[in-house]
Design a protein. Structure first.
Length: 656
């Protein structure tokens, strides 16, 4: 599914395990009914169908969606995750209040605009706005956690005391009532850009991802990866990398990617000799790339397009090379690991033939082609996932194993409702952060001060931005972290002369590192649970495997050719140079060079330094780096210090 990450993925198991009591069955059907209503409303709005004469204004549509999916959040995420118990009544009350307040605001959408209720509203509007603020805060607590709630409260309350803050933090002060009106009835609060992006773009991709999973598209892509790479050295690991990359490119969700492909890929990797923690780390890193890999990136990519004021297809094009480079580096590492330890691929009899796999998977390839054509060719970004989903549903109906039955349709609507609910709950809360920084004027002042204190030192700003993104990524969803820093940090980076898209991608990449870096390492922990390995050990393994993810942002933010900003010759040259550099860096980490074999610690350090020199944008440093690589390779060949065969590498493996 196209949802973002921790939130929606964390929700995914809740209604699927509803206890078979009468009340909870009713709750389950309420979730499905609300999800169906929300999807129909989104389709009606997107295609201007005017069903039953209903075609709400933009702000009214957003209020209706918040009402529906905030109610779903309260129904699927109880106050106490350990025990639902009697608190179910409170959940039902909160869901009812969400529907009443949201639909009331939606019904008065025209009045809110025409009569300027953002500045002077009638008492009933103030009451409904106050209820909505409380519900949004509780929703963000349930879906995003305590840290995100505290963040929303801290920045959401800025207008109340902004005139008392020192220095550049000083801002315009609002009264409590004016603050509530601005956040709920204004266009820079809960119905601001983040919510607009969900309503206009993300819902369609959530539907597409859910249809892909329910029609067994994930099985096809894993089989295709196995058919292409399963027989090669360390084949199962390469299948995991390629399969997760393809599946992630269509889902955009890290955790659900692991839960979908991990139960197949991790045991298969262990079968051919990969340690449990290494197998889990490979799956975690490969699935983390789901947020990076076009054509369907995570929710954050849609938000990025909105903030930058560019078509989503522009973000997709810019992200292609960095995403591919990440997976190339990952393939280098798993192949070198297998070479050093003499690991083999899967037996031929366990590998499906390519042609039969392609024949069975034509519905998914066709729907992918439709998605890309409508998205990139016709530039109909918002409608592309709907067309692709329709094609997939029709094409898969020809086989009994993949066609949508009534039971699958119910599961499909449940999954869609839960995934959208997680996004709506979190992004409505993030709207308070965006509104607080915007209404007080602090966001612009912060960027100016950052630029001033950095003294024009771009490297210092990038390091500060990387650390901040990483720390915030530990407590927030990737989208929340990105939105926060895109307001505070990105303008300063752009003003310092960096490419706008590269600056925003830089923030995104560093914000998502918490997926594979302890102590959070959500992706690594999820994969470790499947592998039966130690979570922290898996996290550190994943961090080492994901090293290119740490390096790549600094490369493309200083070299826009890697985000397709430059001449064709420039782009090709920089891609080739970067691939060589990544090969050198991964060779240093794995202690293995192709055609040379195993290398010692001095050679590893020298090879790594050579890779770093190559990756720098200056031609002279690249030439010096290339020279270092050649010297190390020749020296090791002459001195026979590397293992010449996989068997030799296997004997020495324990000493590395």
């Amino acid at each position: 599914m196209t949802t973002e990450t921790e939130v929606a993925d964390g929700l995914a198991g809740t209604p699927g395990t509803i206890a078979p009591t009468p009340v909870q069955r009713v709750v389950g059907w309420m979730v499905i009914a609300l999800g169906t209503l929300g999807v129909l409303m989104a389709i009606n709005q997107q295609f201007l169908l005017n069903l039953f004469g209903f075609q709400p204004l933009g702000n009214a549509y957003l209020y209706y969606l918040i009402a529906i999916f905030l109610a779903v959040t309260f129904l699927v995420l109880p106050v106490n995750r350990q025990s639902r118990g009697p608190l179910l009544v409170l959940d039902l009350v909160l869901a009812g209040l969400a529907l009443v307040s949201g639909f009331w605001l939606g019904a008065h959408g025209l009045d809110i605009i025409q009569r300027g209720w953002e500045y002077d509203a009638p008492p009933m509007a103030d009451i409904m706005a106050g209820i909505m603020i409380v519900l949004v805060l509780e929703g963000v607590r349930r879906a995003g956690g305590t840290i995100l709630l505290v963040t929303a409260l801290l920045f959401g309350s800025l207008p109340l005391y902004a005139d008392s803050l020192p220095g550049f933090l000083w801002g315009t002060q609002y009264s409590p009532v004016s603050t509530v009106r601005a956040y709920v009835l204004g266009v820079e609060g809960i119905i601001g850009i983040p919510m607009q992006v969900v309503a206009e773009l993300v819902i369609g991709f959530v539907i597409f991802g859910a249809v892909l999973v329910i029609t067994k598209g994930s099985d096809f892509f894993m089989d295709l990866a196995a058919a292409l790479l399963g027989h090669s050295r360390g084949g199962p690991a390469k299948v995991a990398v390629m399969g997760s990359g393809i599946l992630g490119s269509l889902s955009g969700s890290v955790i659900s990617n692991i839960l979908t492909s991990g139960p197949f890929s991790i045991p298969t990797m262990r079968k051919v000799g990969y340690p449990a923690s290494y197998a889990a780390a490979i799956e975690a890193c490969a699935s983390t790339g789901a947020t990076l890999m076009p054509p369907v990136m995570g929710t954050v990519a849609f938000v990025m397009a909105s903030f930058l004021g560019v078509p989503y297809s522009t973000i997709v094009i810019a992200a292609i090379i960095p995403a591919v480079l990440f997976y190339v580096a990952l393939l280098f590492q798993v192949d070198m690991f297998a070479a050093r330890r003499g690991l083999e691929g899967l037996p031929r009899e366990d590998i499906p033939p390519v042609w039969p796999v392609l024949k069975q998977g034509w519905p998914y390839l066709l729907s992918l082609a439709v998605l890309i054509f409508v998205l990139m060719g016709l530039r109909m970004e918002a409608r592309s996932p709907y067309y692709a989903s329709a094609v997939m549903l029709i094409a898969t109906a020809f086989r009994k194993e993949t066609r949508i039955t009534l039971a699958r349709a119910i599961d499909l609507m449940r999954d869609i409702a839960i995934n959208i609910a997680g996004l709506v709950a979190v992004l409505a809360g993030i709207g308070l952060v965006v509104g607080g920084l915007s209404y007080t004027g602090i966001a612009g002042a912060f960027s100016r001060e950052l630029l001033l204190y950095a003294g024009g030192n771009v490297a210092l700003m990038l390091i500060a931005g990387a650390v901040t993104s990483f720390v915030l990524g530990m407590g927030m969803t990737v989208t929340a972290c990105y939105i926060f820093l895109s307001i505070l940090l990105a303008p300063a980076l752009v003003e310092a002369g960096l490419h706008p898209i590269a600056s925003h991608l830089f923030i995104l990449y560093w914000g998502m590192l918490s997926y594979i870096t302890p102590p959070v390492a959500l992706a690594a922990i999820t994969a470790a649970n499947i592998a039966g390995s130690k979570p922290m050990e898996t996290g550190f393994r994943a961090m080492r495997l994901g090293l290119p993810l740490f390096v790549l942002p600094f490369i493309f933010v200083n070299d826009p050719a890697l985000i397709m900003a430059g001449s064709f010759v420039d782009i090709v040259f920089r891609v080739v140079v970067t691939v060589i550099a990544l090969w050198a860096i991964t060779s240093a980490f794995e202690g293995w060079i192709y055609r040379v074999g195993r290398i010692g610690i001095i050679s590893r350090i020298a090879f790594g330094i050579g890779g770093v020199l190559i990756i720098l944008p200056e031609l002279m440093t690249s030439v010096i780096g290339l020279g270092v690589l050649i010297v190390v390779c020749v020296a090791n060949r002459l001195l026979h210090r590397g293992a010449a065969t996989p068997a030799a590498g296997l004997k020495e493996a324990d000493h590395g």
